[in-house]
Design a protein around this ligand. Structure first.
Ligand code: FAD
Ligand code: MLT
Ligand code: ZN
Length: 490
């Protein structure tokens, strides 16, 4: 997808990068911090990885990528860009799923990979302060050595940056236990487009001194400033962790299992994830791994418990298993016996996104819907696409599979329509139908991935005019020249 697919024109108010600009940035940052292509003769590394997203779905045409190493460098870069009216896209690990992290035209990519230092960790409070470019898994491993845990986990942990996580307000696999980043992030450091350094890197849990401005940066997808550091509350690492994987006969059974898990496992429940049969079929095909259960089921769920006392947790878990299996809520199940099995079971959930990416194109819808109707959207979408002649048994049909999975504990469904090739007719059959479906149920068209470019036209399905106007006013206040991540949702 390029700008033509969205019918967007390059805004002529933005300047084009010149050889003088490149010379300025190189003198400021050092030539190893700039990837240049097509501006001067000295093309360095391959610039393409910065121009296309993780799904290889969205593609821009930047000629310059900058990798500052400090907040001061970011400040000088943005100030210069603002004065020259050069548009900018902040980029972390480039694992975002809505095309927000890549340019649309020739915006300069400011990548945080060189800002990767842990600044401090306080054992008593569990507060970690780290640069935006620290990779999520690196932060979690650092914390693991100190008996703590990063309160966010997701399938892209090996590549995504904590600044990118905060900027997308990523939810992930354990939100039900550790809460949203709006609660766990205690402070932020960010740079505004005019170069102002916003030092709000508080490590305090309580701080009621006026507007909580850091919240604006959480989930704003690089549209008002560039996050350079994060202060975050990290809980003690649980000493006992268990995972169970279940097969279930219907979505009603899944709902019952969820209620039982909440009631019976309560404080030790740390994840309740939903996978439909088709999603597990895709993981099976792409990995070649043997299914965890003997039979095949229309629904599966993965339940994780985390606590401080293994015996206590196991007693609770066994009572829960006995109940859900005895009552016929769960048809079959398996409990991880060791760390290897624990990881293997999680892969059946975490591996879905990657398995889908091997198939061709994917239309992704990351939505919040009241629990009772969570899976109905997948059924309705499948029926609609089948009736319209897009889904069928052989390779001549454009849609390979309509798949549902997600974070059941957060009422967050991932509806994915896997296609052999991106196909405008299929897209038109889904959008805006899917957004209307969600609006009717007062749901959200973006639960955790953000809006980026993929959903730029659809914010009105989840936010009213007053809210959108307030957002535009804030955007104007923070970024009057509109250089930060233009052409995206705001
Ligand atoms: P990028 O992709 O680089 O950027 C994402 C957005 O944030 C862009 O708009 C970018 O401009 C902006 N941005 C990045 N860094 C900064 C910064 N320092 N300052 C200001 N703006 C910035 N998301 C979930 O919520 N839950 C999941 O379970 C989940 N699982 C995933 C699994 C896989 C396999 C993949 C590929 C993605 C998944 N995601 C998930 C999506 C994605 O949001 C996260 O991977 C992650 O939060 C993005 O971080 P990043 O560093 O890659 O950001
Ligand atoms: C997930 O929950 O697996 C992620 O949000 C990624 C996706 O939606 O595919
Ligand atoms: Zn998710």
């Amino acid at each position: 997808y390029t700008s033509e697919a969205y019918n967007i024109q390059r805004d002529p108010k933005f300047a084009e990068v010149t050889a003088d600009d490149v010379a300025f940035f190189k003198s400021l940052l050092g030539s190893e911090s700039a990837v240049v292509d097509g501006v001067t003769a000295d093309a360095t590394d391959d610039i393409e990885p910065f121009n296309s997203d993780w799904m290889r779905k969205y593609r821009g045409h930047t000629r310059l990528v900058l990798k500052p190493q400090s907040t001061e460098e970011v400040s000088k870069v943005l100030k210069y860009c603002n004065e020259r009216k050069l548009a900018v896209v902040p980029q972390g690990g480039n694992t975002g799923l809505v095309g927000g992290s890549v340019p649309v035209f020739d915006e300069i990519v400011v990548n945080t990979s060189r800002m990767n230092q842990i600044r401090s960790f306080d054992q008593a409070s569990g507060v970690l302060v780290a640069d935006a470019g620290v990779i999520l898994e690196t932060a979690d491993s650092y914390l693991a050595e100190r008996g703590h845990l990063f309160p966010l986990d997701l399938g892209a942990k090996g590549s995504c940056h904590i600044g990118g996580n905060v900027s997308t307000n990523a939810g992930g696999l354990r939100l039900l236990r550790y809460g949203s980043l709006h609660g766990t992030v205690l402070g932020l450091e960010a740079v505004l487009p005019d170069g102002t350094i916003v030092d709000s890197l508080s490590t305090l849990r309580k701080n009621n001194t006026g507007y909580d401005l850091k919240q604006l940066f959480i989930g704003s997808e690089g549209t008002i400033g560039l996050v350079t550091a994060v202060s975050i509350l990290c809980p003690p690492r649980p000493r006992a962790v268990n995972v169970a994987y279940f097969g279930l006969e219907s979505f009603e059974h899944v709902q019952k299992a969820y209620l039982e898990a909440k009631n019976q496992l309560s404080e030790i429940l740390s994840a309740f994830e939903l996978m439909d049969g088709r999603s597990q079929g895709l993981v099976h095909t792409s990995t070649g791994n043997k299914y965890p259960l003997e039979g095949e089921y229309p629904f599966y769920c993965l339940i994780e418990t985390s606590g401080s006392n293994a015996e206590h947790d196991m007693a609770k878990l066994e009572a829960f298993l006995e109940h859900v299996m005895g009552e016929g809520i769960v048809a079959d199940g398996v409990l991880a016996q060791d760390e290897t099995q624990f990881q293997a079971l999680w892969r059946w959930r975490e591996g879905i996104t990657e398995s889908l990416s091997h198939l061709g194109g994917t239309y992704k819808y990351d939505v919040s819907i009241p629990l009772a109707e969570l899976y109905q959207l997948v059924e309705d979408c499948n029926s609609r696409l089948t009736e319209m002649g897009f889904v069928g048994d052989d390779d001549s049909f454009p849609v390979r599979a309509v798949v549902g999975y997600g974070h059941m504990g957060d009422s967050n469904l991932h509806l994915n329509v896997s296609v052999r090739q991106y196909n405008k007719e299929v897209e038109k059959a889904i959008e805006p139908w899917v957004y209307e479906w969600i609006q009717k149920r007062n749901g959200s068209i973006s639960a955790e991935h953000g809006l980026g470019i993929a959903k730029r036209q659809y914010i009105g399905y989840s936010q009213n005019e007053t809210m959108v106007n307030l957002m535009k006013q804030l955007k104007g206040l923070y970024d009057p020249n509109g250089i930060m991540n233009p052409y995206k949702y705001i």
